[in-house]
Ligand binder design. Sequence first.
Ligand code: PLP
Length: 419
Amino acid sequence: METPAKNIRQQERVFDVEAIRRDFPILQQQVNGHPLVYLDNAATSQKPNAVIDAISDYYRGYNANVHRGIHTLAEKATAAIENARQSLAGFINSPAPEQVLWTRGTTEAINLVAYSWGRSNLKPGDRVLVPILEHHSSIVPWQMATESTGAEVVPIPVTPGGEIDMMALDELLDERVKMVAVSHISNALGTVNPVAEIVVRAHRVGAKVLIDGAQAVAHTPVDVQALNCDFYAFSGHKMFGPTGIGVLWGRRELLEAMPPWQGGGEMIEQVSFAGTSYQGLPYRFEAGTPDIAGAIGLAAAVDYLQHLDRVAVAAHEADVLEYALAQGAAAFDGLTRFGEADHVAGVFSFLMDGIPPSDVGMLLDQQGIAVRTGHHCAQPIMAQYGIPGTVRASFALYNTRAEVDRLFEGLAKARRMLR
Ligand code: PLP
């Protein structure tokens, strides 16, 4: 039998990044007179032709509202959105498609849980644990839910290297904790959190775990049954799918016990002024017309990813990120990296001494290089580091070492101009 390392090396040889790049039309353009280097993938990823075509085919060929029509187009659209749900279920290894709920994205998925599960399960004295490095969308919905129930949000400390302090977590975990809300991968630092282990520890005290998978789904295969989590949330647009669509996956018994959170069409069984009864899963949580084109586009993104060798993709991404981190360490004095976890994915977050991140971002943009600057919707971890924000280069499967070289040439130029 081959060792995994040897296996990865063999797969690496078959990964053709140039062929992948040809699938993404937006990457072929010049920006400000330079070939585009797109390093803002943690904010949103680019879309392959397969996704763009799937959306366009729907609007050109079978646009119709779903679930209520008996005409041919309506039936075709309904089959497409339910097939998309099946694809997404397969993508995360859900035991059943009805545990996959369409949402607008990660933010709405977390809000759904905080609103519906939170308001019906939290009471005064209960606690929701949230690591300090979380995205605001994993903090604020819980603040809102705890404000209205008398429970409290308690931060889980993070080490200077940007890892969840597991000993501190153990000290916090007691019977008061009802929910641990944690990201699979941090968008601000790239830390890959030990989510499976967190689930084990949280379940010992009877707490539920919601994993924010926004940054994970594009980088690593996700298996909700292996993770044994209670909820898993993610956005289509960060995994090469369209904006406006995402998924909340939940454990069946939890979803079935949760009250609907938005009322309207689609989610009801029977309505009268005497009272209304609701549909079962998944429709009770999908009031109104869903993002049909988005769901179809997201299924095309799943299909695209599933036709790639994900081991080879991961090896390529790890190579590009390691190269960037090594360049960053060697580049020049005064470049400080934030987040130095043992296990990172997709993100290089840094500051250049004395140069505001937004100035760095603008000068890179002039050279056709797209990065993000600021607090990355993660102000508490920025506050822990005592900084207002960072420059963040974030990578996807279509990025290359040559693009990393362009980034560092751009940074050297920025430094010459701004110092
Ligand atoms: N969680 C993390 C870790 C993220 O990186 C993001 C977006 O940057 C979100 C949640 C919110 O995702 P969306 O804006 O797609 O709802």
